[in-house]
Design a protein around this ligand. Structure first.
Ligand code: GLU
Length: 424
């Protein structure tokens, strides 16, 4: 047996320490009882499992897996599962905490959770991925369930992985359990609009932000980092709204064209070749240069900690929309605030995914499925309301949009905790 080596991480700071320091800042600004903060800064449960997998070459590799529940005061815990080589327990804890705040800010009845497996899904065959997913699901099977903890896709996972989780769980229960996981393919009880939901939610947030700033998306220049589920759909939607997408990138390459990139063609190229590399009609650009491009809207839609104290003062965008979780570090946040950059924070800007996951869960429990227009309209209602609540808190308290969003969310979870009381 071999244990998988962990390469050098993209995480320069400990994300859980960042999440806890954000919480302390919220506590100071919103005068939240320190006893509550003691509770909220910890995760309710953290499961670490080893996942042995028979590889195609006959070897057995053992992957490390995590499932963390941060909080269930407002409902069952909800959050994605990440397959990435840099996954750590503290990263999963931070992501779980952010899910708690994200669900609270949107007012959907969930707590927060996250999962991850340390692996590189891009180098694994479909068979290896399926065996790893099914074994991981078996290892966490007592912790997940429709009333308990409901996984979904995140970085490195998709509908296919959710289908294997759904099937493994259902086989063990002896019947199909639609509500155990969201982000499922449509053929097995997924929701219309779920695949595009994170990007669509971010689009609705950008529309609101542009309206508040009395600008128009027509002719607005946009740079998008990350061309997975969130970045590719967001680039497409913004281009359809009249914006000029001048740069896009994935983990292997970046494209730049000041006159605008044909996003549909870039999506088709990525679908055919697996990456953006070799796409014609644009010049190459590095991920670092993309982040500091002259543009109106910057959308980091890949991983955490890409905008840091080192590059924040070089950012030229007027609006940053956080399609990813945690792309801006607290030190960078301060610099951006100083510069007057409007940051649409992750727990608001990328909440569309979990909002439509909530719709999928409801549809699955009722076995009654909605039209896509209904899904999108309800998403718009929820995220626009959350945007406006955040905006008025920002204005009335003269704080950043991130602090306003986190403040509203933490207050809601605090209220639920106080109302329920600490058991026993
Ligand atoms: N992984 C997504 C997120 O970070 C979606 C979570 C979900 O749908 O439960 O919000």
């Amino acid at each position: 047996m071999t244990t998988v080596d962990v390469p050098i991480s993209h995480l320069r700071e400990n994300p859980y320490e960042i999440a806890k320091s954000q919480l302390r800042k919220v506590a100071d600004t919103f005068a939240i009882d320190p006893n509550l903060i003691n509770v909220l800064q910890e995760c309710k449960k953290a499961l670490v499992v080893s996942v042995p997998v028979s590889m195609d070459d006959g070897t057995t590799q053992v992957f490390q897996g995590y499932r963390v529940t941060h909080n269930v005061a407002r409902g069952p815990s909800k959050g994605g599962i990440r397959y990435h080589a840099d996954v750590t327990l503290d990263e999963v804890k931070a992501l779980a905490m952010w899910m708690t705040w994200k669900c609270a800010l949107s007012g959907i009845p969930f707590g927060g959770a996250k999962g991850g497996v340390v692996c590189n899904p891009k180098t694994m065959s479909e068979g290896e991925l399926q065996r790893m997913t099914r074994r991981f699901t078996s290892e966490i099977i007592n912790e997940i369930g429709p009333e308990k903890d409901i996984p979904a896709p995140d970085v490195g996972t998709d509908g296919r992985v959710m289908a294997w989780i759904f099937d493994t769980y259902s086989m063990n229960k002896g019947h199909s359990v639609l509500g155990v996981v969201t982000g499922k393919p449509l053929t097995i009880g997924g929701s219309l609009g779920r695949e595009e939901a994170t990007a669509r939610g971010a689009l609705y947030c950008v529309r609101e932000a542009v309206r508040k700033r009395q600008l128009s998306l027509q002719g607005t220049t946009v740079a998008v980092q990350g061309f997975g589920n969130v970045g590719s759909y967001l680039a497409k939607f913004l281009a359809e709204d009249g914006a000029t997408v001048i740069a896009v990138s994935d983990s292997t390459s970046g494209l730049y064209n000041p006159n605008g990139i044909d996003v549909q063609a870039a999506i088709a190229h990525k679908r055919e070749t697996g990456s953006l590399a070799g796409f014609r009609g644009a010049d190459p650009i590095s991920n670092e240069d993309l982040l500091v491009l002259e543009c109106d809207v910057l959308a980091p839609c890949a991983l955490e900690q890409v905008i840091t104290a080192e590059n924040a003062d070089k950012v030229k965008a007027k609006i940053i929309v956080e399609g990813a979780n945690g792309p801006v570090t607290p030190a960078a946040d301060e610099i951006l605030e100083e510069k007057g950059v409007l940051v649409l924070p992750d727990i608001l800007a990328n909440a569309g995914g979990v909002i439509v996951s909530y719709f999928e869960w409801v549809q699955g429990l009722q076995e009654y499925f909605w039209k896509e227009a209904e899904v999108n309209a309800k998403l718009n209602d929820i995220i626009t309301r959350a945007f406006n609540e955040t905006w008025s808190t920002m204005e009335s308290r003269d704080i950043s949009m991130r602090l306003a969003a986190y403040g509203l969310a933490v207050q809601r979870v605090s209220e639920a905790t106080v109302t329920r009381g600490i058991y026993p």
